[in-house]
Design a protein around this ligand. Structure first.
Ligand code: UDP
Ligand code: MG
Length: 312
């Protein structure tokens, strides 16, 4: 029988987990032709998530779990899950039932029968989201798709099902700063996009604040585009041209009208503007340097404290 691993990163999901488990086992029973494995990642939860996972693993031998030594973030959780998964097919989904397990049979069919390598979901509406957040999300996708060669699909969710080959391709990317939406796009393969309507999470709270999302989007840009690095050169050329025109104007004005001592405001404008542009460009350089610095350290993306086989 083909084996399907379901990878679920969990951070403080003690309330959602029992509901999720009930729903996913119901779907698993429906898909009798598939062998299931559930890989839960406890991302350093501070509530009873780990206890809940121990309980589930003791009761159901399809349940496996990996518990981190601290919170490493969802990206680390997904990586750990993909590394731990042993299935011929691997599905990634959230624990809060925002990614409906009921879609799983359709995703599985797309990969096994319709000739796709992976089936991914995308939200069709941003309903129920604050308008400011939607606005910036749209802006981000427009920007990153313009400045990056990698196709990053607007509204794409991390809820997806992949063939082993795709999983291995993703695992072959050893970067420390992981931006999954970009990684999924970068590896390519034939992807079927399955639209679905966004639902509210069943229990608990979202872990993403606006600020966290903003930082995450910057991470995505730095990870999948080097266009901002060219900004300094482009601005440099523009400013040089402007300076040349300005020098001409000053020269001609002086020759024709003499040289009255004024021009303090225009001088201040020039100094402030150029100061700002220079700081901006140094800042962008700094961003890339910081990421490069972290990559060169080769730190592990996550540390495991406990698995279903016991404490390490
Ligand atoms: N998550 C995680 N580590 C974190 C934050 C979140 O493993 O540091 C998990 C979380 O438990 C959930 C999924 O990632 O299963 C998505 O998180 P959330 O629902 O908070 O995000 P949203 O759906 O609001 O984008
Ligand atoms: Mg959620």
């Amino acid at each position: 029988m083909p084996k399907l691993s379901v990878v679920v990163p969990c951070y403080n999901e003690e309330a959602a987990l029992p509901l999720f488990y009930r729903e996913i086992t119901r779907v698993a029973d429906e898909m009798a032709e598939v062998d299931f494995e559930f890989v839960f990642i406890d991302d350093g939860s501070k509530d009873g998530t780990l206890a809940e996972l121990r309980r589930l693993a003791a009761a159901d031998k399809r349940v496996r779990y990996v518990s981190f030594s601290r919170n490493f973030g969802k990206e680390a959780g997904m990586l750990a899950g993909l590394e731990a998964a042993t299935g011929d097919f691997v599905a990634l989904m959230d624990a809060d039932l925002q990614h409906p397990p009921a879609l799983l049979p359709a995703l599985y069919r797309a990969v096994t029968e319709e000739g796709y390598d992976c089936a991914a979901t995308r939200r069709v509406t941003r309903e129920g989201e604050p308008p400011v957040r939607s606005f910036f999300a749209r802006l981000f996708y427009k920007l990153i798709n313009r400045i990056s060669d990698t196709d990053i699909v607007d509204g794409a969710c991390d809820y997806r099902l992949m063939r082993r080959a795709v999983v291995d391709a993703i695992l072959s990317m050893h970067e420390y700063n992981r931006f999954s939406k970009g990684i999924f796009g970068w590896v390519g393969f034939r992807t079927k996009w399955v639209p679905f309507v966004n639902v509210e999470r069943v229990a608990g709270e979202t872990k993403w604040s606006f600020w966290k999302l903003f930082c995450y989007s910057l991470e995505g840009i730095v990870a999948f585009s080097t266009v901002p690095l060219a900004l300094a050169s482009v601005l440099g050329v523009i400013v040089c041209l402007a300076a040349f025109v300005f020098v001409m104007v000053v020269l001609i004005k002086t020759l024709i009208f003499g040289d009255p001592v004024d021009g303090w405001p225009s001088m201040m404008c020039g100094i402030l503007f150029l100061g700002g542009v220079q700081l901006l460009c140094i800042g962008i350089l700094g961003q890339y340097l910081a990421k490069t610095y972290l990559e060169t350290k080769h730190r592990p993306v996550y540390l495991v404290r406990e698995t279903e086989d016991g404490v390490k």
